[in-house]
Unconditional design. Structure first.
Length: 323
């Protein structure tokens, strides 16, 4: 009897591990967006989610968990189980600028507590002036600022954000000084900008384009490698005479540290399929959120290291701190 039962027992033992190792994912996948609904991080994630869901064969659920400049939601994902059930749509703010803003108070380490999965989009920053300033191009602005140190003010949507640090990098590059006026969001900043309360601002083409087209504001340069499709008449910073200067944000998917490499690779493939989908690419570009075309997990991790080395010293030098 024991001999006859051995083949059946052996078969059961062989099939049990196979059942336990079903291909991931076997349940819905959650992506935490660490900002409120309606912003560009949220909008782009929701745009990509259906194609990711198709690639994974499981529902992709978006959870908005805002607060503390994106660090609350990021910290929650850093502490989540590394089982492929939870991911983060991180940004330059949560994974680079926060290191300089919070210092030792940042509750997570962007490299040690996360695995870089895949980048999604780039978010350009542009340099804009009020027409009353009387400058027609970037060279004119640079000359004006250098000849009037500290006289003019510029607005951004908040201290320590990508626009603010991009402005610091711009002033460092040209050797000039200007006064930073931080606002609690781009909306209030734009209101004062249109009223001429601040002479210039740093923000996204999506915000500035309608007012540039109506001649209420004058965008002088887009600080990325390509022109904005929303303002094709506006040169890049290199075309405007400032090669090497770039200012932007970016978004990308991260997993908790310890997530198995096979899951990271599969999620990377799903994200890349969503980003490279022709319809998605078109919709992203229409919102001036150009997709990042290349991005293996290794490439994204190396990119993050370079970003930390580039921007964290600028954040610290700016004197900006988290509220």
């Amino acid at each position: 009897m024991h001999r006859r039962s051995l083949p059946a027992l052996s078969a059961a033992l062989l099939t049990t591990p196979a059942l336990a190792q079903q291909p991931w994912p076997t349940r819905p996948v959650r992506i935490v967006v660490p900002f409120a609904a309606g912003g560009s991080t949220d909008v782009s994630t929701r745009l990509l989610a259906p194609r990711m869901q198709q690639a994974l064969g499981q529902p992709v659920v978006i959870e908005n968990r805002g607060g503390a400049g994106g660090t609350l939601g990021s910290d929650a994902v850093a502490k989540a189980a590394p089982d492929g059930s939870t991911f983060l749509m991180g940004t330059i703010s949560t994974h680079v600028l926060a290191v300089g803003l919070y210092g030792a108070r940042l509750p997570y380490d962007p490299e040690r507590n996360f695995v870089a999965v895949a980048p999604t989009v780039l978010v350009p920053i542009c340099i804009t002036v009020h027409p009353l300033l009387g400058v027609a191009d970037l060279a004119g602005l640079i000359a004006l600022l250098k000849s009037n140190p500290g006289r003019y003010a510029y607005g951004t949507g908040g201290a320590g954000g990508s626009a603010h640090i991009g402005a610091v990098a711009f002033l460092n590059a040209i050797g000039a000084e200007a006064t930073h006026v931080p606002y609690r969001g781009s909306g209030p900043m734009l209101t004062d900008m249109l009223a001429g309360q601040v002479a210039m601002c740093f923000d996204t083409p999506a915000l500035i384009a309608p007012h540039h087209a109506a001649d209420r504001l004058r965008c002088l340069a887009v600080a990325t490698a390509a022109r904005s499709p929303l303002m094709p008449d506006v040169p890049t910073s290199a075309e405007a005479g400032l090669p090497g200067y770039r200012a932007y944000s970016w978004f990308g998917v991260f997993a908790p540290a310890g997530t198995p490499a096979a899951i990271v690779a599969r999620m990377n493939q799903a994200v890349r399929e969503a980003v490279l989908d022709p319809a998605n690419r078109r919709r992203l570009e229409e919102q001036d959120l150009p997709p990042i075309i290349e991005g293996s997990p290794e490439q994204f991790a190396a990119f993050l290291r370079r970003e930390l080395a580039t921007w964290v010293p600028l954040v610290r030098a700016s004197g900006a701190t988290a509220d």
